[in-house]
Design a protein around this ligand. Structure first.
Ligand code: MGP
Length: 210
């Protein structure tokens, strides 16, 4: 999938030096190449749970950027630091535009999440990128079921979770869980927790395993 990358910096009327080209030269430049649209627009959200322990959950949750083309994705990705270099307590989300990464959003309310845990270092960066590419490239058979993904940097173990819409749709959840493991070549068992169950009993209530 990575071979779809293009260099967005070559699409403007600036030379390699960053200096604008002369007017006659610029007039010969035809329209910049068209960007390759994604099926959905995606919004990156940022949260720092560590700094908000004393306040309510999500009070630092912010949308930071929305992209809707392959080129804008790579532009963002190349300019945003890797998960392994984020500070403890950071959550970084990539959700379909219009869906906010919280249980309260109506598209998430009846859903849940699959979670993989990762060791610090390169593996989380690789899993994060591969997951993003699978999502924005609509690689999942049940792509419509997916709300987004979050990477959580925590002192003990980092984790990545895919949020889905309909926890009661077991077949769809199992398809997403199995395909995700295949895409990442991830061999450990992973669990799916419905948000409703998380509210009541936390991790004790894992509903599905893949
Ligand atoms: P979590 O981050 O989903 O669990 O929720 P985790 O991964 O066990 O914890 P972490 O410390 O590794 O982040 C942790 C707690 O945050 C929950 O018990 C809720 O109190 C609160 N919380 C989490 N989420 C995703 C939401 C949400 O969407 N809405 C609200 N209101 N609270 C949430």
């Amino acid at each position: 999938m990575a071979d779809v990358a293009v260099n967005p910096t070559t699409t403007d009327a600036f030379g390699d030096s960053g200096v604008p080209t002369a007017p006659e030269e610029a007039s010969q430049i035809s329209e910049p190449p068209k960007k390759h649209p994604l099926e959905h627009s995606w919004t990156i959200w940022f949260d720092n749970t560590g700094k908000t322990k004393q306040t309510s959950w999500g009070s630092a949750l912010r949308p930071v950027y929305t992209f809707s083309s392959v080129e804008d994705f790579w532009c963002l990705y190349n300019n945003v630091i890797q998960p392994s270099r984020l500070v403890q307590g950071t959550d970084f989300h990539c959700f379909k535009e219009g869906i906010s990464p919280q249980w309260e959003d109506p598209r998430c309310a009846n859903g849940g999440k699959w979670t993989i845990v990762c060791n610090r270092g390169k593996s989380i960066d690789m899993y994060w990128l591969d997951t993003l590419l699978a999502l924005i490239g609509e690689q999942f058979d049940e792509a419509d079921e997916i709300c987004g993904v979050v990477v959580s940097i925590r002192p003990r173990q980092d984790k990545i979770s895919i949020w889905t819409r309909t926890a009661s749709n077991e077949a769809a959840q199992m398809s997403i869980g199995r395909q995700w493991k295949e895409f990442l070549d991830y061999n450990e068992s992973i669990g799916f927790i419905a948000h409703d169950d998380a509210k009541k009993a936390g991790k004790l209530n894992t509903r599905y395993f893949a």
